[in-house]
Structure formats: C-alpha cells, structure tokens
Write a protein that binds this ligand. Structure first.
Ligand SMILES: *[C@@H]1O[C@H](CO)[C@@H](O)[C@H](O)[C@H]1NC(C)=O
Ligand SMILES: *[C@@H]1O[C@H](CO)[C@@H](O)[C@H](O)[C@H]1NC(C)=O
Length: 346
C-alpha cells in the first residue's frame, strides 16, 4: 500500500515535470519564432522631414480627397466626414460581365469621380456634368461577388446596386450598363504574396498584412516632394504628386530627392510604418489627374524611367529600367497623423 502510494506520486511528479519542461520549451520556441517573424519596433528615431499633404482615395482610381488629418488603420487611411467614415480605396469599379476591376489606366474618366458625405450624412458620388449619385452601402452580411484584380488575383466585394451601376456605366461608357460598383468586405484580405509571386524573396518585408483594401499593393504610399521636384527638372510640363496618388506627402529643404527609398522604419505621431517596396510606376501616372487624358509624350513616366530606376541590385534585377517614385509602406502601429507632423526614421 505504502509502496503503491509512493510510486503513484513519483509518476505524477514525473508527468508534472515533463509537462512543465514541454510548456517552457513551447513558450521559448514560440518566442524565438515570433522574434524572427516580428521584429521589434525601434526605440531610437531621427527626425528627417515633415508631412505637408495628406490624401485619401475612397474610390480606387477615383479623385483624391485632401485632408488635414487622417486615421491610420492596418487596411489604410480613413477620415470622417459628417459622421461617416471614408476609407482609402474601399470602393472599386468592376466589369458587369468579366468581373475584372477597372482602373484609370483603361477608364481615365474614373479620375474625376469624387466621393463625399454631405451635411445630412448622405454618401454621394459626383462627376462633371452628371447628377450626383446617392450611395446606399450594401449589407455587410450580403453575398460577396468575386472580382479579379491585377494578375487575376481574386478579391471579394459587395455590389452597391443597379442605380450605382447605371450611373457609372452612363458616365464612363455612355451606355446604361457594363460597369458595377463594389464596396469592400471587411472579412476579406487579399493574399498579395500569391498575387505577386515575383516579389517574394525580393521585397523581404512584404507580408499578407501589408495589403490595403483595393490598393495595388500596400496599405500606404508615401512620396517625398523633393523627388517630384527633381523629376520636374527634366519635364517641359511640370508634374505633381497627384499623378502618383500617394497618401502622405513629405517635404523639407534638406531632404534629398529619392532618399526615401533608403528608409526602413517610419514614425509620424504615434503611427509606425515600414517600407515594403520603392514604387515602380506604370502607365497610370501618364493620365493627367484633372484632364483625365493620357499624355501623348508618355510623361512624366518616360523621363522618370530615364532618371530614377530601382537602386538595389535585387530590385533592379526584377524590375529593370522601370521608373521609381515614392515608397509603398505598411502599418505597424495605428494612430492619427496630421499635416505639419514631424516624420522620423529608424
Ligand atoms: C444630401 O444629399 C441628399 C441626397 O441628394 C439630399 O436629399 C439632402 O438634402 C442633401 N443634404 C444637404 C444638406 O444638401
Ligand atoms: C499594379 O502593380 C503592378 C506591379 O507593379 C503593375 O504591373 C500593374 O500595372 C499595377 N496595376 C495598376 C492598376 O496600377
């Protein structure tokens, strides 16, 4: 009897200590894995410049909304107008038949559609010589439509109804149908590593969490005004950051052109971001944001391709002589940022 009690307690002691060791090993293992995956946010920061302009684009390829402050979420910037939140690239236009998204590259008129909220809280789309369109947001629990984005990557969207579809088709295509309007579905996030497999192993900071709602890649895009100024030295008609559709414009006298491409961590107010990719540019930058027409000379892209290419050998190997303007960044810490805020790097 006595022996039995001893051996039982001995066993349970062994089991308990094995469990403890296993738990500790798991915790240490998880910690090491986490440390490898999740770098620590730096503690020492150097001020480099200031925020001079902030933009949100509620409709992908639509007109910019300039704001004095914006809230930075991990899906991109948002701002509140008359108690309604407008999120960056949260509306998207897609083909009624092919379900492919449409951008200003093929539908330049999209650039003149402005999204706003009037003082009675109605969400309104306006475009030149069109009656305003009042949008009723789709039921967030409604059935998603599967659309395709760049590289045929699937994305979910919630259709905004027939009236919106008719208004868009009439304005963009001059016919009563052909295009539909989608609004983002919060449960869905694209897998950008699958969408852009060629970037994996090249842009090493890129994660699924880097993606914005319907942005091309990351949730944020930042441009240094000095880089635009440097490009303008080569152009007959000066361009502006508006051709490049960034969210955050920074500027200061002593900031060198294109120096932002060497940044890693970025802090503005409480917000912490990280560079994913210097942004190589496409034909969309040659569509004038006010005239909604292509540049016959293919500017400013043609000059950009001559004066600023990817600098790191691995990036150049992948992208070749494409023009680079600004940086694509992702969010690490949410918060509000304002025009005039200092920008720190680490
Ligand atoms: C806001 O837009 C709606 C729809 O057009 C309209 O009924 C309402 O009167 C507008 N509010 C104001 C203050 O103009
Ligand atoms: C999105 O980015 C990819 C890669 O840079 C580019 O090939 C494509 O044209 C871009 N799409 C749009 C709509 O800008």
């Amino acid at each position: 009897m006595l022996v039995n009690i001893w051996s039982t307690s001995h066993n349970s002691h062994q089991i308990a200590s094995f469990a403890t060791v296993a738990t500790i090993a798991t915790v240490i293992g998880a910690y090491l894995y986490y440390r490898k995956k999740v770098p620590n946010i730096p503690k020492k920061w150097t001020p480099v410049t200031k925020v001079t302009q902030l933009f949100v684009y509620p409709l992908k390829s639509g007109r910019r909304r300039e704001v004095q402050s914006m809230y930075c979420t991990d899906l991109g910037p948002t701002f509140i107008e008359n108690n309604v939140e407008l999120k960056d690239r949260s509306f998207i236009v897609y083909g009624e038949k092919d379900h492919e998204f449409r951008a200003a590259k093929t539908c330049p008129k999209l650039l003149l559609i402005e999204v706003s909220v009037n003082s009675t809280g109605d969400l309104i789309f306006t475009a030149p010589e069109q009656n305003p369109l009042i949008i009723t947001l789709p039921n967030p629990k409604g059935k998603p439509v599967i659309i395709t984005m760049d590289n045929k990557a699937p994305a979910h969207t919630l259709d905004c109804g027939d009236e919106a579809a008719k208004w868009l088709s009439q304005y963009v295509l001059n016919k009563p149908s052909g295009l539909r309007l989608g609004y983002y579905r919060s449960q869905f996030r694209r897998d950008i590593k699958q969408q852009f497999p060629e970037y994996v192993g090249v842009y090493n900071n890129m994660r699924r969490e880097s993606a914005g709602i319907y942005t091309n890649l990351t949730s944020y895009h930042l441009i240094n005004q000095r880089s635009i100024d440097a490009l303008n030295q080569h152009l007959v008609e000066p361009t502006s950051a508006n051709n490049f559709r960034a969210n955050i414009i920074v500027e200061s006298d002593n900031l060198e052109a294109y120096s932002e491409e060497y940044w890693d961590w970025i802090k503005i107010g409480d917000v912490v971001m990280r560079l994913i990719r210097p942004c190589t540019r496409c034909a969309m930058t040659t569509v004038h944001p006010e005239r909604a027409a292509y540049s016959k000379q293919r500017e400013p892209l043609k000059s950009l391709e001559r004066v600023n290419n990817p600098k790191q050998p691995a990036y150049f190997k992948l992208e070749g002589k494409r023009g680079v303007m600004g940086i694509q960044v992702e969010l690490w810490k949410t918060g509000e940022i304002q025009v005039g805020d200092e920008v720190f790097i680490a």
